[in-house]
Ligand binder design. Structure first.
Ligand code: SF4
Ligand code: SF4
Length: 364
């Protein structure tokens, strides 16, 4: 890793580490949902059915960002963010105003190649110091992907966007796959397809997610998640070998713990929702995260710091600690949880890794 990048990562970890000792006065990590609209019709997500609503404008988003001086990790999500005609302006406004920001990530279905590429080029020019991360969703080989995403041509457009993004300097590009009952048996075929489509494609460029159920975000209550996957760690190590950096180490730590959550154990690592992390809806409502359907207040009406330190939000946080939300271990929330609670992470990961090693020795 080049020295500059190492220095940036170290600074980012130091900023995120504030939560190790106290609840920061404003979040250090935010998921900002900028639209419920989407041009695709995925089988596992119905956000596009929601009325268009009164989305936060670029100016309103800029004003929210100004109130978050500690914000160092931001995920901009949707819907399809690039269905907004002002997506590039919105991302640029964030990049310019969030001066403490170290990581800016957004997912896209890859349909709007030119818009995504232009936005990335503009962000890299404006903030070359940022870790700019883009995840393009691909759920299976062409026919399966198009069927799951509800629109012919979705796969070809996603691959086209991936090819262009992978050529850009300053952008870290990943393929993101949501595993559902429809594609859980097609991961091998997907990996082969990605290897053919994307020259030099590495296993480390492919991130897996599992179908999540969320009333306020995906609007997919009643969806049936896939069977809990088993053998993730062994498969991961077989494909990639030992971790070669912080990101790969975090991924392995996540998988070790995910394996046991899949077996029915509680995660045992406290989540960071409303401690150092939060979710904001397209209309400016504050939520703990993208899963827990508990609106906490309107950022159009109250300053962020005031809402964040209100009794209402503090009560919600203590209820989350007691798992009133039902708990979860989704990748988007598990990574901040693992990074935010190093002692619990070390304890749980060591115990679970030893169990897995014992099972491997016994040939289970
Ligand atoms: S999963 Fe993404 S691409 Fe699919 S409908 Fe939902 S927002 Fe759109
Ligand atoms: S455990 Fe999961 S569902 Fe509960 S608040 Fe945290 S991120 Fe949200």
């Amino acid at each position: 890793m080049p020295l500059v990048q190492l220095a940036r990562r170290t600074e980012l970890v130091a900023r995120l580490a504030e939560t190790w000792v106290r609840r920061p006065p404003t979040p250090t990590r935010l998921v900002l949902d900028v639209t419920r609209r989407c041009n695709l019709r995925c089988s596992m997500c119905r956000t596009w059915e929601a009325p268009a609503g009164h989305e936060l404008t670029v100016a309103e988003i800029g004003a929210i960002v100004d109130q978050l001086p500690r914000l160092c990790w931001l995920d901009v999500t949707g819907g399809e963010p690039f269905l907004r005609g002002d997506a590039e302006a919105l991302l640029l406004e964030i990049a310019r105003r969030a001066r403490a920001l170290g990581v800016l990530h957004f997912p896209t279905n890859g349909w709007f190649e030119a818009r995504v590429v232009a936005a990335c080029e503009a962000i890299v020019r404006a903030r070359p110091d940022l870790d700019l991360i883009v995840t393009v969703s691909v759920d299976g080989p062409e026919a399966l992907h198009d069927r799951m995403r509800g629109r012919e041509g979705a796969y070809r457009r996603a691959i086209g966007t991936l090819r262009r993004l992978r050529e850009l300097a300053g952008v870290q590009v990943y393929v993101g796959t949501t595993i559902t009952r429809d594609n859980q048996g097609a991961m091998g075929a997907l990996r082969e397809a990605l290897g053919r489509e994307l020259p030099g494609f590495r296993a480390g460029e492919h991130h897996l997610n599992w179908l999540q159920v969320s009333g306020h975000f995906f609007r997919n209550e009643g969806a049936a998640p896939p069977e809990p996957p088993a053998g993730l760690v062994q498969e991961h190590l077989a494909r990639r070998g030992p971790p070669r950096g912080l990101v790969e180490l975090m991924e392995l730590v996540f998988l070790v713990n995910r394996e046991f959550v899949g077996r029915g154990e509680a995660a045992g690592v406290p989540c960071q929702a409303l401690r150092s992390a939060a979710f904001v809806s397209p209309e400016g409502l504050l939520y703990p995260c993208h899963v827990y359907d508990r609106p906490l207040g309107d950022l159009r009406e109250r300053p962020f710091a005031e809402l964040w330190s209100s009794e209402h939000v503090l009560k919600a946080r203590s209820e989350i600690e007691a798992l009133a939300c039902g708990g979860c271990f989704t990748p988007c929330e598990a990574y901040p949880a693992l990074a935010g609670a190093p002692a619990a992470t070390l304890r749980q990961t060591a115990r679970r890794a030893l169990t897995l090693a014992g099972e491997a020795i016994r040939g289970r």
